[in-house]
Design a protein around this ligand. Structure first.
Ligand code: PMP
Length: 360
C-alpha cells in the first residue's frame, strides 16, 4: 500500500488508523454479519454509535447541555440558508462579517431570506486582512452576528471570537472545528461540513444553544427546522449513517491523540514550520496579515508564477498531492488539517527548499 501526503482542502486526508479500523470492521461490524452501512439507523447498535459520537464530540469541545448537537446533511452550504430562516424572523436584520469567499456566500444566501447588514468587508485588502474592529457597523438589534472563523480559500483565520455584545454569534467552522480549543459558550451556533476535520463528506455538524432553537418562525417546513432535528435526535429521516460512524472513529482517534489541546499544539507547530519556511525564503510568499494567518489552510505564491506548473508536477512526483491553490486565487495552498502529521509538513518544507535552490 502506498499513501500520498494529501494537502487537499476538502474532502481532506483522514487519519490512516481510522481508515484501517473502518476497513477491518467493514464486512462484519460488531459481529452483526453486516457492515455499519447495512443496519437500521434505529437499531440499538447504531443508536449506541450515534450517541457515543455525540458524547465524544461534547467531551472534545466541552459542549454543555445548554447546547443541542445535530448530525445533519446538506453541507455547510445548506446552513447558509437555514441559519437565517431559523434564527431570524421575517423583517429582522442579520449581521455578517465578510472576510473571504465563504463568508461572502453565506451573506449572499442570508440576503435571500432576511435583511442583510454587512458589518465590514475585507475586499479592500483582497481578503488578506480583516477590517479593523473599530470600522465594523454592528447592529445591536441584529438577530445574530455571523462570521467565518477560518476562510478555507484565502487562509484568513480569526483566532478569537469577536466581541459583539449580546447578539448571538453564529460561526461557520467548517475548516477550523476541532483544530484548537474553543469556548462554545461564546457562540449561539456553530456549524461545519464534516469533510475536513470530522470525517467524510455528507455529514454536517450543527451545535446550537437550545433557547435559539425556539426562534424558528411558523412558516419554516419541518425538515428545515433545527428544533425538529434536535428534538428528533437528528433522525427525522435517515441520517448519513456511515459518515456519522466514521466521524465517531475520528473523535475517538482525537481523544487518543490527547484531545483538542494536544492536537492544537501539533497544529500550531505545523503552521509555524510552514510559515517560517515561507517567510525565511525570498521565493515563496504568503499574502495574509500575520495576526490572521490560518493554522489549517496556508496559501502561498512563487516569485515566478510561470513555475507553478513545474512546482506542482515535481511535488506530485514526490508524493505531495493537491497543492494547487483555489482557482479564484491561484498559486498554491497547503491544507494541514488534524490528520496531517508534522512529518508531512516537514517533507513539504524540504521539497520547497530544494525547488527554490534549483529554480530561484
Ligand atoms: N464554508 C467553508 C468555510 C468551507 O470551507 C466550505 C467548503 N470548502 C463550505 C462552507 C461549503 O461546504 P459544503 O461543501 O459542505 O457545503
Amino acid at each position: 500500500m502506498s499513501r500520498v501526503i494529501n494537502f487537499s482542502a476538502g474532502p481532506a486526508a483522514l487519519p490512516l488508523e481510522v481508515l484501517e479500523q473502518a476497513k477491518a470492521e467493514m464486512p462484519d461490524w460488531q459481529g452483526s454479519g453486516m457492515s455499519v452501512m447495512e443496519v437500521s439507523h434505529r437499531s440499538k447498535a447504531f443508536i449506541a454509535v450515534a450517541e457515543q459520537a455525540e458524547a465524544d464530540l461534547r467531551d472534545l469541545l466541552g459542549i454543555s447541555d445548554d447546547y443541542a448537537v445535530m448530525f445533519l446533511q446538506g453541507g455547510a452550504t445548506q446552513q447558509f440558508a437555514l441559519m437565517p430562516m431559523n434564527l431570524a424572523q421575517p423583517g429582522d436584520s442579520v449581521d455578517y462579517l465578510v472576510t473571504g469567499s465563504w463568508s461572502k456566500k453565506a451573506a449572499k444566501e442570508a440576503a435571500v431570506v432576511r435583511t442583510l447588514n454587512v458589518v465590514a468587508d475585507g475586499a479592500d485588502s483582497s481578503y488578506t486582512d480583516v477590517p479593523a474592529f473599530d470600522t465594523w457597523r454592528l447592529d445591536a438589534n441584529a438577530a445574530y452576528f455571523h462570521y467565518t472563523p477560518n476562510e478555507t480559500i484565502g487562509g484568513v483565520e480569526i483566532h478569537e471570537p469577536p466581541q459583539v455584545g449580546a447578539v448571538p454569534i453564529v460561526a461557520d467552522m467548517s475548516s477550523t472545528i476541532l483544530s484548537r480549543p474553543i469556548d462554545v459558550d461564546r457562540f449561539g451556533a456553530i456549524y461545519a461540513g464534516a469533510q475536513k476535520n470530522i470525517g467524510p463528506a455528507g455529514l454536517t455538524i450543527v451545535i446550537m444553544r437550545r433557547d435559539l432553537l425556539e426562534r424558528v418562525p411558523d412558516d419554516v417546513p419541518n425538515i428545515l427546522r433545527y428544533k425538529s432535528h434536535a428534538d428528533g435526535g437528528s433522525m427525522l429521516n435517515t441520517p448519513p449513517t456511515f459518515a456519522w460512524y466514521l466521524a465517531g472513529l475520528v473523535f475517538q482517534w482525537l481523544k487518543g491523540q490527547g484531545g483538542i489541546a494536544a492536537i492544537a499544539a501539533q497544529n500550531q507547530a505545523k503552521a509555524d514550520l510552514l510559515y517560517n519556511a515561507i517567510d525565511a525564503s525570498g521565493f515563496y510568499a504568503n499574502p495574509v496579515a500575520k495576526p490572521y494567518r490560518s493554522w489549517m489552510n496556508v496559501p502561498f505564491t512563487l516569485a515566478k508564477p510561470d513555475l507553478d506548473g513545474a512546482f506542482l508536477t515535481q511535488a506530485e512526483a514526490a508524493g505531495l498531492m493537491n497543492l494547487k491553490g483555489h482557482r479564484s486565487v491561484g498559486g498554491m495552498r497547503a491544507s494541514i488539517y488534524n490528520a496531517m502529521p508534522i512529518g508531512g509538513v516537514q517533507t513539504l518544507v524540504d521539497f520547497m527548499a530544494e525547488f527554490e535552490r534549483t529554480n530561484a
